[in-house]
Design a protein around this ligand. Structure first.
Ligand code: SAH
Length: 459
């Protein structure tokens, strides 16, 4: 260990910042956050810094007397000579000193912090790698969400009540684990404390409820694991059982908890390993066994994902659940393919439809789709491509309208095939795109040549 990490009580203490620019302002801000009084010394002090409350501005070159009465010093000038002088004089008086970006002149260093007061995480690479520190922050941000302090306060509020109601210590531990790691916590973390409280009371109301399963209906995005949300990832690492279908990419399934049970429920076109009703029942059964069940779905669960049906069954059975939105194929795929879904010059509206064939026909409101200055995104449309193009032309779109098929968008296998309403069916016949594919119709498709060049996956 190169440094001793400590937390300093700076409340109402006078701290000195030497320097009057952007960096000095940032440092003064941290000191103020910790309740310190701040003296800023510099020949020129940026207006925004001087205006901060609890800041005493001294417009002058630094001198030894500015150290009088000071608990701690930060030198943040761009003049190394001044910084060195501050460091020497402070150390001569045993005042802890930090010189920004100059560890050799420091008697203490400032860690990166993650403030979830009263929970506070401070971390540092000791100057070895600021990039690594930044990456670590990303990980910590994800593990310790913003509202964690709220969660602690929430738990404290119900501590006594739970203690009285669940007298057995082991049971009480499980109760709190379930509450603080489950749907109650998720409610608190999303700011809905009223629902969290109602759920907690419900859990307390009956012995059977104390140890109880739940379902997370999570959107996994269109394929690239980078497009997962923090919340999705958190729940993926918490669930005991994972129920997924083939729209969820393999790398994503592999990010679920190592020891979780994984159940594949199929759902390729015409190959439904389990019917929807069977999936609904499976979720109920697993939750009733007390498991935390992750129902992982491609894209967003509420966009052509039958998420609504799955939660209806859960609600009817009184099983707690939560729904986590994901990046839907339309937005993920369009962006990786370099096709903006709306654009001032090409489309003022965008419409998502399913092109799933029923008895060989596509039952859509063609008049609403065949409008100028509108982008149409068709999910599950490849098998009806001929019908789609013909109907759009029949209802008024020029047959020169641009159209794209994006195969396996956002993944390594992404492929974009473009043409017009007249030519694309023939091109697709030859190119044989592989599922899943998304169809995008409209002038925005022509922008792709200009834009996709800059995207690493814009093949
Ligand atoms: N809930 C999902 C959609 C499920 S319907 C979502 O919000 O994205 C399944 C259809 O989504 C597929 O037939 C295909 O049209 C589209 N799709 C999903 N992922 C895709 C991908 N990576 N590339 C292209 N199309 C995709």
């Amino acid at each position: 260990m190169d440094y001793l990490p400590i937390f300093v009580n700076a409340r109402n203490r006078l701290c000195l910042v030497v320097g009057g620019g952007e960096v000095a302002k940032r440092k003064a801000g941290v000191l103020l956050d910790a309740g310190a009084r701040v003296r800023v010394v510099a020949p020129q002090i940026e207006a925004g810094l001087a205006a901060l409350t609890r800041v005493e501005s001294v417009v002058a070159r630094f001198e030894a007397k500015h150290l009088d009465g000071v608990t701690l010093v930060i030198a943040a000038t761009s003049d190394r000579e001044v910084n060195r002088q501050v460091s020497e004089l402070a150390q001569a008086r045993n005042i802890p000193v930090n010189v920004v970006d100059d560890p050799g002149l420091c008697s203490f260093i400032m860690p990166a912090i993650l403030d979830r007061s009263p929970l506070m995480v401070a971390f540092s690479s000791g100057g070895a790698s600021p990039v690594l520190t930044r990456m670590m922050r990303g990980k910590l941000e994800m593990m310790i969400p913003q509202n964690y302090s709220r969660l602690a306060a929430f738990a404290e509020r119900f501590r006594e009540q739970v203690k009285k109601r669940v007298t057995h210590p082991a049971k009480r531990r499980i109760f709190w684990e379930n509450a603080l790691d489950g749907v109650v916590a998720e409610k608190v973390l999303t700011g809905d404390e009223a629902s969290a409280e109602a759920m907690l009371q419900q859990m307390l109301a009956s012995e059977d409820n104390i140890v109880r399963g739940e379902v997370y209906l999570v959107g996994a995005g269109p394929g690239d694991p980078d497009l997962l949300t923090f919340r999705a990832l958190r729940l993926m690492q918490k669930a005991d059982v994972v129920v997924y279908d083939n729209l969820v990419s393999k790398p994503i399934v592999e990010m679920t908890r190592r020891d979780a049970q994984r159940i594949y429920v199929g759902k390729k076109r015409d190959d439904h390993t389990l019917r929807q009703e069977e999936i609904n029942d499976l979720l109920v059964r697993l939750a009733k066994e007390g498991k935390r069940v992750l129902r992982l779905k491609g894209g967003d669960p509420f966009i052509f994902g039958r998420g609504g049906e799955e939660i209806e069954t859960l609600a009817a059975e009184g099983i707690p659940f939560q729904v986590v939105p994901g990046i839907t194929a339309a937005s993920g795929v369009a962006s990786y393919a370099g096709i903006p879904l709306t654009h001032r010059d090409h489309a003022q509206s965008c419409i998502f439809v399913t092109g799933h064939l029923k008895d060989g026909t596509m039952n859509l409101d063609w008049d609403a789709l065949a409008r100028p200055r509108q982008t149409v995104v068709v999910y599950m449309g490849l098998h009806g491509l001929d019908i789609l193009c013909a109907e759009l032309v029949k209802h008024g779109l020029p047959d020169t309208t641009a159209i794209a098929i994006v195969q396996q968008g956002t993944t390594q296998n992404q492929r974009v095939i473009t043409g017009t309403l007249a030519t694309l069916p023939g091109i697709a016949e030859r190119e044989k795109p592989q599922a899943p594919t998304l169809i995008i119709v409209g002038g925005v498709v022509t922008l792709r040549d200009k834009l996709s060049w800059f995207h690493p996956q814009g093949s």
